[in-house]
Design a protein around this ligand. Sequence first.
Ligand SMILES: [Zn+2]
Length: 70
Amino acid sequence: MFGLSLTKLLLLAAVAAILWYGFKAVRRRDRRRAEAAQPPKSVPPATELMVKCSVCGTYNPSGVVCTHRP
Ligand SMILES: [Zn+2]
């Protein structure tokens, strides 16, 4: 009936299972590759010590000489 034999149904189920597990494996591999490409987020951002100029009052990164521009 319906033109489907038990063998065809089993073959269809096997193909569906292979596709399902194949897609799952590809998705897992892509996620692992994306995680490896991204830098770890636990590293804090680099901060710079700012020093106030005693002449004009502007803040400059330490080690940078102020040019006293307005
Ligand atoms: Zn200055």
